[in-house]
Design a protein around this ligand. Structure first.
Ligand code: SAM
Length: 236
């Protein structure tokens, strides 16, 4: 519920220093923290954080953020990241367990991604958005309550920069068809043929590294993938 959710009025007011202390310096309250870095990848409905934990050491220079609406799950991911950062900081630099970036580039927020995307991100800030195994109760959900709708796609297009990629993976075929259909119909997105992404390590992680993706694998379920590029804004 909204009044229990904490979100900035606008992206400039977001305190990223608590999330990425190595990249943003905490400043006095009347100063906005500044950094040459900004969050570029968002895992929407990140669940227990498996994707982020896989990608963080693979792309140590990219700031990535999980967004999760459930409080307890968000807390779990927060603790998971903190524990991993702590463990990494205690390792000798030449240790074989040492991971590039020390997980300083990953964080999570409790947020309703269907409502507050533009509160957290500026126009064109993101270069990747992940929607992995969303909406398990897709069929019973009313259209407006779905995570991919025409109205929401416009918001995702707003925060995603031209050339950015939106990834969807699901084990629910009807949901796949729904998401792909709506994204294909949207003027600001163009589909990426699956063949073009077979060697993409990011898509591989998106399919296999989340907790839900692993469960589907254990149950030998199918996975459907649909990825889209954010087009340039039309000239008017
Ligand atoms: N992506 C993860 C994975 O693959 O393991 C989690 C999949 S889980 C089926 C869907 C997640 O989306 C849940 O953790 C749920 O709490 C979260 N979620 C649902 N609606 C959301 C919303 N509007 N904003 C943020 N998170 C949401």
């Amino acid at each position: 519920i909204d009044h229990e959710l904490d979100y900035p009025k606008r992206p400039e007011e977001m305190d990223w220093a608590t999330h990425y202390p190595q990249y943003f310096t905490s400043t006095s309250s009347d100063d906005t923290p500044t950094s040459s870095k900004q969050v570029e990848w968002a895992d929407v409905g990140c669940g227990f954080g498996g994707l982020l934990m896989a990608l963080a050491p693979m792309f140590p220079d990219t700031l990535m953020l999980g967004m999760e609406i459930r409080m307890s799950v968000t807390k779990y991911v927060t603790d998971r990241i903190a524990a991993t950062r702590q463990a990494q900081s205690l390792l000798p630099a030449d240790s074989t367990e040492h991971q590039s970036g020390g997980f300083q580039n990953v964080s999570v927020i409790r947020a309703n991604s269907m409502k507050h995307m533009p509160n957290f991100f500026k126009k064109g800030q993101l270069s990747k958005m992940f929607f992995l195994f969303p909406d398990p109760h897709f069929k019973n959900r009313k259209h407006k309550a779905r995570i991919i709708t025409t109205a929401l796609i416009a918001e995702y297009a707003y925060v995603l920069r031209p050339g950015g990629i939106l990834y969807t993976v699901t084990d629910v075929k009807d949901l796949h068809e729904w998401m792909a259909h709506h994204l294909r119909a949207h003027p600001l997105f163009t589909p990426i043929p699956n063949e073009d992404l077979v060697d993409d390590p990011i898509l591989k992680a998106a399919r296999t590294a989340t907790e839900e993706g692993r469960k589907v694998e254990r149950n030998k379920g199918d996975k459907w993938v649909a990825c889209f590029t954010r087009k340039e804004d039309p000239e008017d």
